[in-house]
Design a protein around this ligand. Sequence first.
Ligand code: CDP
Ligand code: CDP
Length: 219
Amino acid sequence: MILHRAIAIDGPAASGKSTLSRLLSQRLNLIMVNSGAMYRAVTWKVLQRGIDPNDREAVVQALREMELECGVADLVSTIKVDGIDPGDELRSESVNSHVSAVSAVPEVRECLVSLQRDYLKLGDVVMEGRDIGSVVFPETPFKIYMDADPSVREARREVVGEVDSVAARDRADSGRATAPLKIAEGACVLDTSGHTIESGVEAAIEILRGQGFVMPASA
Ligand code: CDP
Ligand code: CDP
């Protein structure tokens, strides 16, 4: 049973998911949930403990031993691992390089999907990730799949000085057996290559209206 409304935003790295989700959250008064931060937090802890992120059994054991606390502050999801907020370390080069391996482990996905679904108990959410429309909330009618040319996406990461192999992550995320990145059934594709951030938000609002999302009067 769906308790509140969920907007699912999926797409490859640097397609503009976080930017759009943040702006939709502010404009439509929704809780913004960055599901990627949850996969990054587990990866961060695995690396901190010196565990090989490609050793599935060791990753599952580490997952069982860590305490994940998910919350909300100012309408934005938060995550702590064993009482610590990893902060900017979630976007470090080492987490960028290993997060796809850790997130391909079915036990990791099962655990995090359950925590992601729990957010719907708190209110209406806009959640961004790779499998939100296909696995986490397949029944929601409000689904957008964001995309942009690979060269545009690489350039976006370089502008902010982040060391990230976007193409390698996309290949791993799309090719894995469990919950691969794909266009979910019912999702509308929004290519942001030629969009400014503002025009991208307007296009997303139009898509959501078309999918039957009732906007608050202030939007
Ligand atoms: O911001 P960006 O799109 O670069 O990445 P992210 O959303 O922070 O996600 C980091 C990684 O977590 C992805 O490359 C996927 O491997 C994994 N992820 C996933 O498997 N499923 C999700 N729902 C979200 C992220
Ligand atoms: O969350 P995801 O990795 O999909 O992308 P993001 O972090 O929202 O966006 C990546 C970068 O692209 C950010 O620096 C945005 O400011 C920029 N961006 C853009 O230049 N034009 C857009 N239409 C959307 C995002």
